[in-house]
Design a protein around this ligand. Structure first.
Ligand code: ADP
Length: 470
């Protein structure tokens, strides 16, 4: 099924809301106005009945001690024409004049027109006959009684004026509904434009990114916070994909570069030995062996990286004494320290943390190896172990070449090597610190670095004592 566009959906929802609001307003206003009319009409009818009673009571002839029936007949006729039917009794309750008898035709006509109105307008609803009784008094004494009967229409059987008013109101509401509907659709389109445009840009950009155009970015500055976050998230994603792409390409060229020299050296040696140009002396064979060692070191680096980056890093945790571990690691570098005339020192507390001993050994080994690699002759390599309430800390510090500020944020990335280290042909593939970071993170710990070019570097690894709670 073809999906509805966002623009259409928003416009339709807007129109729907407007329709619902107008419908609600019209229902509520109709009901309220009906009620008002009902009350108003009832009050008017009662006032009219009161006025009739007032007029009738003035027709008592005190001299004759009787009612002026001729006048009353005239009054009764007029009242009947207005829908008020009188019934006059003398003080003993005898009927003196009754509209139902005298104005039979008018009475029936009124009933007929009321019935017609009900049938046509609102078949379901009925008004009711209301009779108001008045005690007619003269000189303080009751001289008779008057019943005034009139039809009290319910709100749904209103007279023509009332209908016209409501009809006009409903017409106005219909016009308002039509105008607001058009307005709502236009507003919906306008509003949706500001949402749809950036979303379309996001879709377009992500499609380009998925097609490999990692340098595409969304330039527009969007005012809505969430949309702004969306566009910057896409830009960030494109940025990190571009970076990954650069790293991937660099990996290929790095690996090729790393392989080329040893392979070329070995081939030329062996070629010459086959040709008889060179004797296969132990020195030459040792050279070939060294180159092969470099190659196998690179392969193990890549293998280790694959392991930690594929997240199949299973930790076999035991209680590890970080100070003892650091001591053992430093001992392994004794000959290299001596070679470079470096002062290897260890200080600090005993700190026991739950950790995978071999992996943490790898961490300290990588840090020490870098500290030695990037130190100038006669420097020092200092390992300090600290114990805190929640964690064990290992610092590996040197006073070597240091790292430039712009490189600090990137040295933990795969295959990232600063130009300086590249020039020095240190031989590392730029994965040592990536492995360090992955192992430390698997232990829910942190690794940070402080460094200054020419003054040295300090790597701080913090390992938590309770990893479960984290
Ligand atoms: P590499 O195999 O090149 O040593 P790493 O991942 O271990 O790779 O280190 C990445 C880069 O960080 C190194 O190439 C080097 O430039 C820099 N670096 C790491 N440790 C140090 C240090 N102690 N002193 C100076 N630079 C360092």
């Amino acid at each position: 099924m073809r999906k509805k566009s966002l623009r259409l959906t928003i416009s339709l929802r807007f129109a729907l809301i407007v329709l619902a609001v107008i419908a609600l307003i019209s229902v509520v206003s109709n009901v309220l106005i009906n009620r008002q009319f009902e009350g108003y009409v009832a009050r008017q009818q009662k006032l009219e009945a009161d006025r009739i009673a007032q007029n009738v009571s003035s027709q008592y002839d005190s001299d004759a001690e009787g009612w002026n029936v001729d006048y009353i007949h005239g009054m009764g006729m007029y009242a009947s024409e207005d829908g008020f039917f009188m019934k006059l009794y003398d003080r003993d309750g005898n009927v003196l004049w009754d509209a139902e008898n005298h104005e039979m035709r008018l009475y029936n006509d009124t009933i007929w027109s009321i019935n017609l109105l009900q049938k046509e307008v609102s078949p379901g609803c009925k008004g009711e006959w209301e009779t108001s009784r008045y005690d007619l008094e003269h000189a303080g004494a009751v001289v008779g009684y008057l019943d005034v009967k009139y039809y009290q229409a319910c709100s749904c059987c209103m007279n023509e004026n009332e209908f016209q008013f409501l009809e006009a109101l409903n017409r106005i509401l219909a016009v308002i509904a039509a105008i607001s509907l058009v307005g709502a659709v236009l507003m919906g389109m306008l509003l949706s434009n500001s949402i749809v445009k950036p979303i379309s840009r996001v879709v377009e950009t992500t499609q380009k990114i998925s097609g490999g155009e990692y340098n595409t970015r969304i330039q527009e500055n969007v005012q809505t916070r969430e949309l702004n976050e969306l566009t910057s998230a896409v830009n960030q994603m494109a940025g990190s994909l571009a970076e990954q792409e650069v790293l991937r390409k660099r990996l290929t060229s790095d690996v090729a570069h790393e392989l080329r020299t040893p392979v070329a050296n070995i081939s030329s040696y062996i070629e010459m030995m086959i040709d008889g140009a060179l004797e296969p002396s132990p020195d030459r064979l040792q050279s070939c062996y060294d180159e092969l060692q470099r190659l196998s070191g690179l392969i193990s680096d890549l293998e280790r990286l694959r392991q930690v980056e594929n997240e199949d890093l299973t930790l076999e945790k035991t209680d590890v004494d970080l100070r003892k571990l650091a001591q053992a690691a430093l001992r392994n570098f004794e000959s290299q320290l001596r070679e470079k005339n470096l002062d290897g020192r260890i200080s600090g507390d005993t700190s026991v943390v739950p950790a995978d001993r071999d992996r943490i050994m790898q961490v300290v080994t990588n840090l020490l190896s870098n500290a030695i690699k990037y130190s100038s002759e006669g420097g020092f390599v200092q390992v300090t172990v600290k114990d805190t309430k929640d964690s064990g800390v290992i610092c590996v510090e040197d006073n070597g070449i240091g790292i430039a500020e712009e490189d600090l944020g990137r040295i933990f990335e795969r295959f990232y090597r600063t130009d300086k280290s590249r020039n020095r042909k240190t031989g590392g593939a730029g994965v040592g610190l990536t492995i360090v970071k992955a192992i430390v993170q698997a232990h829910k710990g942190t690794v940070t670095v402080e460094s200054e070019v020419g003054r040295g570097s300090k790597f701080v690894v913090t390992l938590p004592k309770r990893t479960e709670a984290m």
